[in-house]
Unconditional design. Structure first.
Lengths: 260, 155
């Protein structure tokens, strides 16, 4: 019985100390951002591996999500004779929810896991310690550029996802199913508000980019430097990112779209 | 670290595409393009019932959008709905005997204020009140009256 309590206490204490390490890591990482701006080349390299290489999966998923929304929305809306509002439905669901959330989930799977594995392997092969030996701060040199790149890429990727999805919904809706193209766009323009919908969607994706990059980099930095440790850290990155994204999405939605 | 110019180009393309997508969302998808900072002046109309009219509902004359509803409040004395409308200043020839009505666009569409110009030579200025108004038709009331009437006829 006492052993059970001891176990419980140990794991609780372990998770709190991990949260503490993660917060300390985040502060270090944020303080390193200033020096990244002095060396934009580092940031550019990371924007390439985090952003550009995620571009394809994001745009193709966006297209298909938009096309599915177009199909499903049309079948449901046509029962009420309201096919003309298809554009509103597709655009609102993409811009408010699916764009930021799905692209963040894909981003965690595509870029987050890669970041964790990369940092974890650097730690396992003692590259990080090597840098410290050479008086190069690994946080400033390795972590901060990746963090900033994730933070910048995420809103851009989410915007691309939404934009491509809306076009995909239009291809299906007005190209295949015969919704009037003018109605698709004009209903969308009258119903969607710039600050309420677009800006809130961008805020969501900024928050998700922040949290996903933080989790991915911390898990890599905190990984047990063995091959098993790295594989566990990579799994934790994807799982924890997914939980955080979906949980935060609920909170943000409740805050943003509460009234009206 | 590799210093390849193709990488720079791809990053540039990626950032440009992302910003283009944001612009697309702002201008093509949302109402930012119709949200204009153009000068407007305020007209006030008092309705017995403004129905489901909302702030930002369109104000139109002869089917042309000439402004939008900027504020809706309840008059504490007369219990009327006070609807303030900002009308674009290029439409400054609205006669003082204009009728304001709350209509619905289509059977399930949104409600809007329709202005029907009268024949007066005096034009309304900023913050002036439209005297002749026609309230929103409440569907439930109309159906109730219709049922009541048909029941009476059967007697």
């Amino acid at each position: 019985m006492t052993e059970l309590f001891a176990q419980l206490g140990k794991s609780t204490r372990g998770s709190f100390s991990k949260l503490g390490r993660a917060t300390f890591f985040l502060l270090q990482c944020l303080s390193g951002i200033g020096s990244v701006l002095l060396r934009p080349r580092l940031l550019l390299n990371q924007l390439h591996s985090v952003g550009v290489l995620s571009f394809l999966i994001i745009s193709i998923s966006g297209l298909f999500v938009g096309m599915v929304l177009g199909l499903q929305g049309f079948y449901i809306l046509s029962e009420f004779g309201a096919e003309e509002t298809l554009g509103v439905m597709v655009a609102a669901s993409l811009v408010r929810e699916l764009g930021p959330v799905v692209s963040a989930l894909l981003f965690a799977g595509r870029a987050g896991s890669a970041l964790t594995a990369e940092i974890g392997l650097m730690k396992a092969t003692e590259q990080l310690s090597g840098m410290e030996m050479m008086a190069v701060d690994p946080i400033k040199r390795i972590i901060s550029p990746r963090f900033l790149a994730g933070f910048i890429s995420m809103p851009l990727l989410a915007a691309l996802f939404s934009a491509i999805g809306i076009v995909g919904g239009q291809i299906i809706g007005s190209g295949l199913l015969g919704v009037d193209e003018g109605a698709y766009w004009s209903q969308m323009q009258t119903k969607l508000d710039f600050t309420d919908d677009i800006i809130n969607g961008v805020i969501k994706s900024v928050v998700f980019g922040f949290i996903t990059s933080w989790i991915a980099l911390f898990e890599g930095y905190d990984a047990v430097p063995t091959s098993e440790g790295i594989s566990r850290a990579t799994t934790r990155t994807v799982v924890n990112s997914a939980f955080s994204i979906l949980g935060l999405d609920f909170i943000l939605t409740a805050l943003m779209f509460g009234d009206d | 670290m590799q210093h390849s110019s193709t990488q720079d180009t791809f990053v540039g393309l990626f950032v440009a595409a992302g910003i283009a997508a944001l612009f697309f969302l702002a201008l093509q998808v949302s109402n930012l393009s119709s949200f204009t900072d153009q000068d407007s002046y305020t007209l006030v109309a008092r309705f017995e019932n403004s129905g489901a009219l909302k702030v930002k509902s369109p104000v139109s004359a002869a089917g042309v959008k000439i402004g939008q509803v900027s504020d809706i409040s309840l008059d504490p004395k007369t219990y009327q709905s006070v609807v303030k409308m900002s009308i674009y200043s290029q439409y400054n020839h609205i006669p003082s005997d204009t009728t304001a009505s709350v209509f619905t666009a289509g059977l399930l569409g949104e409600q809007y204020v329709s202005l029907e110009p009268g024949g007066s030579e005096d034009f309304l200025k900023d913050n002036e009140v439209l005297e002749i108004t026609q309230s929103a038709i409440i569907l439930e009331k109309a159906i109730g009256q219709f049922l009541f009437k048909s029941a009476e006829e059967k007697k």
